[in-house]
Design a binder for this molecule. Structure first.
Ligand SMILES: *Cc1c(COP(=O)(O)O)cnc(C)c1O
Ligand code: SF4
Length: 350
């Protein structure tokens, strides 16, 4: 019997798979000492080791460029700590909280905004901490929605997920349970019927938001995993990160959005790259992001349009930063730009 292929975690394994060069070993040891590395077998097979610009490799294979830290980069780029009343909870907006049950992921993205907090060695919440987090949610009736994130909540067993969802569902004011995950693309076999059932709770809405950044991530197995969730009555949305050399051109971004919609996943957010340490080689400018959004609007179905957002450094939350189609001319009259770039006047309010 062949051993099941396993997740690549060590530099020797990456070298053996042809994903990293031996002469980069010393620099990569430093990268790996700082940031977690994991590439699932499914994701590894998507990488063309002979393509130096492979968009999947760029997302997951460690790069010596990660040692280059810019002065504006931060360990906590979106300011989670400033809004964490108890361990595992981030409460930034009135009506919703993040609940981080685990710091583990199936794959580790090189651009991760929580890269300083996650990894296989980070300590998960203890039972006591989980009790305290749930008590916090129960004590705040304004919390309408709980977003399970991490780490990746779907690395947890179906049993543990069922326990968490059941306890959340028992809180009357919690109406929506949202799960942010990369598992349907990173390890689709984990999305078993049992796990899908564990995410549903009677009388509550469960949503799953998939993190995917390139159309190639939506393999047949990934599409089937998403279909299992959606067919069970769980609507899916997506979030993608705008990444230099991965999806920062109209074709790659458009193909990604179309592939998602074809899977019945509504594109939700396109995140501007956060100021996480050692990620400047993967960031674009906001102007480039706006141009890409214009290109999407000009070419693709409205279903394929995500909202381009920036998580404001320091913990001030997300704001839309997409292109603006409205302006005023010299006489103060409103002008509106169409999807082809044409400009039109619009009458003032009566
Ligand atoms: C991103 C985020 C959310 C979810 O925001 P939505 O705009 O509702 O998707 C909630 N809380 C925190 C702290 C966040 O960073
Ligand atoms: S799956 Fe999410 S939390 Fe995990 S490494 Fe990637 S971006 Fe970070």
């Amino acid at each position: 019997m062949n051993a099941a292929p396993k997740t690549l975690r060590h530099l020797s394994e990456l070298e053996q798979a042809g994903l990293t060069a031996a002469d980069k070993r010393a620099a990569l040891e430093k990268v790996a000492a700082q940031y977690a590395v994991a590439i699932t077998p499914g994701v590894a097979t998507l990488i063309d080791p002979n393509d130096p610009h492979d968009p999947i490799a760029r997302q997951f294979v460690p790069d010596p460029a990660e040692l280059d830290v810019q002065p504006e980069e931060r360990a906590d780029p979106i300011g989670d700590h400033a809004h964490s009343p108890v361990e595992g909870i981030v409460h930034r907006y009135p009506d919703r909280v993040l609940l981080k049950l685990t710091h583990v992921c199936a794959v580790y993205c090189r651009f991760c905004f929580r890269r300083e907090m996650i990894g296989p060695d980070a300590t998960p919440l203890t039972e006591t901490q989980i009790d305290a987090a749930l008590a916090y949610i129960a004590a705040h009736p304004e919390i309408w929605e709980v977003v399970l994130t991490g780490g990746d909540p779907l690395v947890l067993s179906a049993r543990r997920l069922k326990q968490a969802v059941t306890r959340l569902a028992a809180i009357p004011h919690v109406k929506v349970i949202r799960i942010h995950s990369r598992i349907p693309v990173a390890d689709p076999a984990r999305i078993t019927p049992e796990l899908v059932r564990a995410l549903r709770a009677k009388g509550k809405a469960t949503y799953v938001v998939l993190h995917a950044n390139h159309a190639r991530e939506l393999t047949d197995a990934a599409r089937e995993a998403c279909a299992r969730l959606i067919d069970a009555g769980i609507p899916m949305l997506s979030q993608s990160v705008l990444l230099a050399g991965v999806n920062d051109n109209p074709r790659a971004l458009g193909e990604l959005m179309r592939a998602l919609v074809e899977c019945r996943i509504k594109p939700y957010y396109l995140h501007h790259g956060d100021l996480a340490t050692g990620t400047s080689h993967l960031r674009t400018s906001i102007e480039d992001g706006q141009d890409l959004m214009r290109a999407l609007r000009g070419r693709l179905s409205g279903l394929c349009q995500p909202t381009y957002v920036l998580d404001i450094p320091g913990g001030h939350g997300k704001s839309p930063i997409g292109p603006n189609y409205l302006s005023r001319d010299a006489s103060g009259q409103i002008r509106i730009e169409d999807f082809n770039g044409g400009s039109h006047g619009y009458p003032p309010a009566p």
